[in-house]
Design a protein around this ligand. Structure first.
Ligand SMILES: Nc1ncnc2c1ncn2[C@@H]1O[C@H](COP(=O)(O)OP(=O)(O)OP(=O)(O)O)[C@@H](O)[C@H]1O
Length: 488
């Protein structure tokens, strides 16, 4: 039997979960589930300057909302929380001590100003700046002197000379780096906190991670992590670097772009369906065999094959997401669609919070009229606007219809039939339109369009008798009379 599959999603708590982060988490999850392995969450929170309040909570909450469950983590009262790097500092310390002792790491006392001066000089000489190794081999006396001066050291990893680091990337095949391109890099910062690359390598080993699937911005970190694995004689995991998700301007989606519509929370609040997002995100940078685009989580788990990960970046297309959500809304029950959309009508002030049974029934009927068309919950407000405003401003398209010759006759005829109705059911309204046809001898578009446009202001729309039924007697009459006046 091969090695047990254990993968991880390792967010820094620097902001909310966006489509790009979620894609990385989801591919790890699918990979683990496909192979019967474990999916682990680890918060990489060692860069306290960048951490934001609520960042971790958001990452976890919206992963759960998308339907991802992790298998393992720190025990937080019977439930698994994520592993947190800041809670593992003792573990890292043990390994730092070992490398110092073995001479594979050393203390560097250079100040930020000295380091900057060094880089400045290298740039001036046309070189790519890298640490010169000035404090690689300090004498005991030099060290004492720096300590007396009160300098605090960072700890650097002693990069081996003339070595090639090669890994076979799951997505990109063989990738190599030369150790000569790296200066001795900081393993532990002056504040005593390990750097990202050091902590990641220790954790991936300790957590027995078998495959590291992450965004391609991490490719250049990989050799540093391999150096740590090598220093301890550990086997490195298999790496796979996935292409990034870009926005429409071809820029990487980033947590720091707070004003862009790209966060899972925003889509939840707009009334998107988690299964639709899951489906959509999985198809960003990965494609199944065949043309089919709609899959459940279980189906994805069955068919997920990392061989089919794309090597060119995927552009996040919000219009495609909207389309996909509509596919899911169409399949959802009316009850679910009401749950997604009704709160938005209330929030817009179109309906009261304390609806009585009749109002609720009216609202449900209204939403059901748009069940097929609705792309996301909040869209209901825009789609149903015509039901909540007393007057309509007929646009150009509408006026073209209303100016046709037969319109006064049709509308007067319909107004008469409508006024004589004893009950306002959609069936009765349908019958009154039929009766108008008989009386006026106009039929088809010539009959329907003026009635539709006069009552709704739109040339396309939901079932006409149902819409008229929901608009109610007063509004329908007022609109018909208004149009008759307008076109006189
Ligand atoms: N645009 C993106 N497309 C695909 N994966 C991404 C994208 N942005 C981040 N990731 C991946 O998400 C995981 C978590 O990364 P991280 O927490 O650093 O997110 P981030 O959005 O890059 O944050 P920041 O923008 O603050 O650096 C990493 O594996 C990273 O590669």
């Amino acid at each position: 039997m091969g090695k047990e599959v254990r993968v991880r999603y390792a967010p820094s708590p620097t902001g909310h979960l966006h489509i790009g982060n979620a894609r990385t988490a989801l591919f790890n999850y699918l990979y683990a589930k496909h192979l019967g392995g474990s999916f682990i969450i680890r918060t990489e929170d060692t860069d306290d300057k960048r951490n934001v309040e609520g960042g971790e909570e958001s990452q976890l909450r919206y992963l759960k909302w998308l339907g991802l469950e992790w298998d393992e983590g720190a025990d937080i009262g019977g439930e698994y929380g994520p592993y947190r790097q800041t809670e593992r500092l003792d573990i890292y310390q043990k390994y730092v001590d070992e490398l110092l002792e073995r001479g594979l790491a050393y203390k560097c006392y250079m100040t930020e100003e000295e380091l900057e001066a060094e880089r400045e000089e290298q740039r001036a000489n046309g070189q790519v700046p890298k640490y010169s190794g000035a404090h690689r081999d300090l004498t005991e006396d030099q060290i004492k002197q720096f300590e007396v001066e009160g300098r605090t050291p960072s700890i650097r990893f002693r990069v081996p000379g003339n070595k090639t680091y090669l890994f076979n990337d799951i997505v990109r095949g063989n990738i190599t780096f030369e150790s000569s391109d790296f200066g001795d890099w900081v393993m532990v910062k002056k504040n005593g906190i390990p750097t990202y690359n050091f902590a990641v390598a220790i954790d991936d080993h300790q957590m027995k991670i078998s495959h590291v699937l992450r965004g391609e911005e991490h490719i250049s970190n990989t050799p540093k992590q391999m150096m740590i694995f090598e220093a301890f004689g550990w086997d490195a995991p298999q790496y796979g670097h996935m292409t990034l998700i870009l926005n429409e301007n071809r820029k990487k989606l980033s947590k720091r772009d707070e004003h862009i519509l790209q966060f899972i929370e925003q889509y939840k609040n707009l009334g998107y369906i988690p299964e639709a997002l899951f489906n959509f995100i999985t198809l960003l940078g990965w494609s199944p065999v065949g043309e089919e685009e709609l899959f459940t989580q279980e189906e994805f788990i069955k068919i997920f094959d990392p061989e089919r990960l794309s090597t060119s970046p995927a552009i996040f297309d919000p219009a495609k997401l909207k389309w996909m959500n509509n596919q899911y809304i169409k399949q959802a029950s009316l009850e679910e669609v009401v749950e997604l959309s009704l709160p938005h009508l209330i929030e817009a002030g179109n309906l009261p919070t304390d609806m009585d049974a009749d109002q609720k029934e009216w609202a449900v009927n209204l939403i059901s009229l748009y069940h097929e068309q609705l792309s996301y919950g909040a869209e209901i407000v825009e789609l149903t606007e015509l039901f909540f405003k007393p007057e309509i401003n007929y646009n150009e398209e509408a006026m073209v219809v209303l100016k046709e010759e037969q319109v006064p006759e049709v509308l007067e005829g319909f107004l008469e039939q409508f006024s004589n109705l004893e009950e306002l059911s959609p069936e009765a309204i349908k019958a009154s339109i039929k009766a108008t046809q008989k009386a006026t001898k106009h039929k088809g578009k010539k009959l329907f369009m003026p009635i539709r446009v006069a009552t709704t202001g739109q040339v396309h729309g939901p079932e006409l008798p149902n819409a008229i039924h929901l608009l109610g007697e007063d509004i329908v009459k007022a609109r018909l009379e208004n149009v008759l006046e307008l076109i006189k």
